[in-house]
Design a protein around this ligand. Sequence first.
Ligand code: NAD
Length: 261
Amino acid sequence: PLAGRVAVVTGSTSGIGLGIAKALAHSGADIVINGLGDPEDIDRTCAELENSAPISRVAYDGANLMKGEEARKLVERTVDQFGRIDILVNNAGIQHVSPIEQFPPEKYDAIIALNLSAAWHTIRAAFAPMKEAGFGRIINVASAHGLVASPFKSAYVAAKHGIVGLTKTIALEGAEHNVTCNAICPGYVWTPLVENQIDDTAKARGISREEVIRDVLLAAQPNKRFAEVEELGALAVFLCTPGGRSITGTALPVDGGWTAH
Ligand code: NAD
């Protein structure tokens, strides 16, 4: 259903972004992969993606989205190379877990830059070509933490609530032009981002790794399981198909019931 569409997925060398990129490619879209990582691993990932989804073209762009200018250029290079941008998935993100008194200010700045401001810059660059084409699907990967808070994640929760607000604003600006903008709000998904925060969470709360998984992570999710990246990919594809046309300005939880509490 997405043949001929061009999609940029930020932070798609790993985790949820890669899951969304695969799902879009399998639906026929051309994909620009972005993110950090070992160049050989990235080459392998792109080749696998292209071979498993034979009608899609796959390109890699190594833009460092900590810088607004790089975020803008990622979109501009995509339009130069593919002639269009139909789908923009703002997914790149990082986490840091610490009580506010010890939270390093530079970590706060980095989280706001990547998890919030990068999306503002990519959207700003993609909006005119989407509006002109009369088609655009912008998907921001927010989080359950875009809807509710947890202690020790002050920067992340601020950025994720911010991106939900950005999502609503862009939905209003795009509504008459068939440019939709939605936030996907995952609960816990087993990716490197989650794995890497277990030790810091254990330290901040004074409990063991096993207790973090059982009493913090899965305790938040009534269905008691981690979501899989394929579930986020399926939702992203749906939002880009004709069935998703009237869905805009939403923050869609994919959290096993967490935010229903
Ligand atoms: P991940 O660590 O597996 O992937 C993060 C991606 O961002 C990687 O591709 C990485 O290379 C890229 N990235 C990091 N710094 C970058 C930079 N400066 N420029 C460009 N790309 C950069 O993490 P993930 O769990 O897949 O997270 C993806 C998104 O999903 C994040 O926005 C995260 O906040 C959100 N999320 C994750 C979970 C979860 O449980 N894993 C839950 C809710 C929301």
